[in-house]
Design a protein around this ligand. Structure first.
Ligand SMILES: Cc1ncc(COP(=O)(O)O)c(C=O)c1O
Length: 343
């Protein structure tokens, strides 16, 4: 009954066997290893982008901050949702790595910015000449921080507004696989075909030990991203072990199967919760994360039964939770959690 986060799960078997297989003999360091060459080719094929820039880092924060920094100047703004991970959970890393770019917060229900709110934010930034911060980049998150999912059409509608202003667009895909299987889109449809220029392609939450790929569709950005990654301390000497994780993750579509399972467990959990009197969901459940609320006193019962999750603020008389399922969540975990409501 461990629903605290998808990063509380172990690493997936295909990832671990790839790492063990990589632990033989010698390989050049700093990304010049043969596994990295294969991973680059595989990610390019997967995104249908033969010239894409592909580099690995170990955290989602690094992927986001380095990708953003590669596109903007310190006097520019990153347009992101008010509750974006880059705004609330990265300790100012995007501002730090961009040398001080400002985050311009955009509203929208259920973790998704609306075209109207983005239009408003774009219109009110960069209008006071040298005195004001200039428009820089749009950053979207999919799966969103509220557990909802943007379709490629919704992404395209938002990126079109940014493109009208000549801005590039970034996608925080810490849970990219979960968003993809939720929509049935291809990686290309979710990204460059919908106006995305750079993706933080997550691996860690969905079964890796610790690896994320920064994928940028403009090859001219390659050298700058490489320099920024080194300077930011994220060029791994034994890169082969990052590459091996990614290779094991992609092998035979493992990454999609793992996400399908995580999402299916979330559906099972949400369906069960819907039958529990007075339990409600704050946001639609569309991938592998949900934010239910229930009457006061319930947390103690669930936790006494062994459930682990984060509490979330809720209105008086109610208690909120964040529950995340993963590739390793079992039906038995979900059913035991639901049964604990009756204890
Ligand atoms: C939406 C989102 N982006 C990025 C990250 C990456 O974070 P970390 O730096 O902890 O790997 C997370 C992790 O919680 C996340 O939820």
């Amino acid at each position: 009954m461990f629903f605290a986060s998808d990063n509380t799960s172990a690493a997936a078997p295909s990832v671990m066997s790839a790492v063990l297989a990589a632990n033989e003999g010698y390989a050049r360091g700093y990304g010049a290893d043969p596994i990295m060459a294969r991973v680059t080719a595989e990610l390019r094929a997967m995104f249908e982008a033969p010239d894409a820039v592909v580099h690995l880092v170990a955290t989602g924060t690094a992927a986001n901050a380095l990708a953003l920094a590669t596109f903007i100047q310190p006097w520019q703004a990153v347009f992101c949702h008010r509750h974006a991970h880059i705004a609330e959970d990265e300790c100012g890393a995007p501002e730090f790595f961009t040398n001080g770019a400002k985050l311009a917060l955009v509203d929208g229900a259920h973790g998704k910015m609306t075209p109207e709110a983005l239009t408003q934010a774009l219109g009110s930034t960069g209008e006071s000449g040298v005195h004001g911060v200039q428009r820089g980049i749009l950053s979207l998150t999919n799966v969103t921080e509220a557990g909802t999912v943007y379709t490629p059409a919704e992404i395209a509608a938002l990126t079109a507004l940014a493109k009208e202003r000549g801005l590039p667009c970034h996608l925080d895909g810490a849970r990219f696989a979960n968003a993809l299987v939720a929509t049935g889109a291809t990686p290309a449809q979710m990204t460059w075909q919908a106006g995305i220029d750079a993706v933080s392609f997550g691996g860690t939450k969905n079964g890796c030990l610790g690896v994320e790929a920064v994928v940028i569709f403009d090859p001219a950005k390659d050298w700058e991203l490489q320099l920024r990654r080194k300077r930011g301390g994220h060029l791994f000497s034994k890169n082969r072990f990052l590459a091996a994780q990614m290779e094991g993750y992609l092998q035979d579509g493992a990454w999609l199967h793992l996400a399908e399972h995580a999402n299916a467990m979330a559906t099972r959990l949400a369906t069960g919760l819907a039958a529990i009197p007075d339990a409600t969901q704050r946001h639609p459940v569309q991938a592998n994360m949900m934010f239910p609320e229930w009457p006061e006193g319930t947390h103690e019962r669930l936790e006494a039964a062994g459930a682990v999750y984060y509490r979330f603020p809720a209105p008086a008389g109610r208690e909120g939770a964040r529950l995340v399922t993963s590739w390793s969540t079992t039906e038995a975990d979900v059913d035991a959690f639901l049964a604990a409501f009756a204890t």
